[in-house]
Design a protein around this ligand. Sequence first.
Ligand SMILES: C[S@@+](CC[C@H](N)C(=O)[O-])C[C@H]1O[C@@H](n2cnc3c(N)ncnc32)[C@H](O)[C@@H]1O
Length: 252
Amino acid sequence: MTRRLRVVGIGMGPQHVTPEAAAAIASVDYVLAFGKSEDDPLLEVRREVCRRHGDPPVVVVADPPRERAESVVHDQAAYDDAVRGWHDERAAAYHAAIDQHPGDLALLVWGDPSLYDSTLRIVDDLVRRGLELDVDVVPGISSLQLLAARHRIVLHEVGGPVHVTSGRRLREAIAAGQRNVVAMLNRSLDLAGLDDWAIWWGANLGAPGEELAAGRVADVRGEIALARERARAVDGWVMDLFLIRAPGGGAA
Ligand SMILES: C[S@@+](CC[C@H](N)C(=O)[O-])C[C@H]1O[C@@H](n2cnc3c(N)ncnc32)[C@H](O)[C@@H]1O
């Protein structure tokens, strides 16, 4: 029997849940979520969102560990393999949980499902594995939108492009001539050689430990390093992203 699977973007927490997302959450029999541990702070945010919107039970599945060795992070083929393997294990874990729990369900995605999130790929995998699912997606407010809002900026210059990438591919983007770049998924901040670029940075946006900094890279690099640790101290986790723009503007 076909059941409904709703992929719902929840923004950066309960304050960003749109009426459409709230209605979707309230409509399901349960929410399925990965947890790194029982006290995983991002799992707690999902539970709070559920409590506020119909209170569906949250079925927690242990998140399979992911290979993050330095050798893998710096080798694109090994990295792609590791991510693919992790997605497979996550899909298998969800498949087993869905088999055990009848009814319609929702997967709550941090931010928006379209941006650096594997949920929709895992859902495709579940369909390939033979689950009969009627899938829909409800968008959420992404960290990218929140960064722009907090700094009161447009992400690009008039009619210009913005390149969105991961921290590990930032150097590659700049070497390829990108001059207006957003970097997400930053393990650390490597801004060497970019002293005169402008940066708009934010960490833990929407959380109590939120931190912001903006200016010339050389002027704010130290401030950002300290702010990153403050965010981690307040929330127990840190996620950050930034826009950097070449001197003279983002046009090539
Ligand atoms: C796995 S991606 C998920 C992105 C998410 N789907 C979105 O729409 O923003 C996680 C990355 O998003 C960014 N991010 C997510 N939440 C954030 C927050 N509250 N503050 C700053 N950056 C955040 C960071 O770059 C983090 O490494």
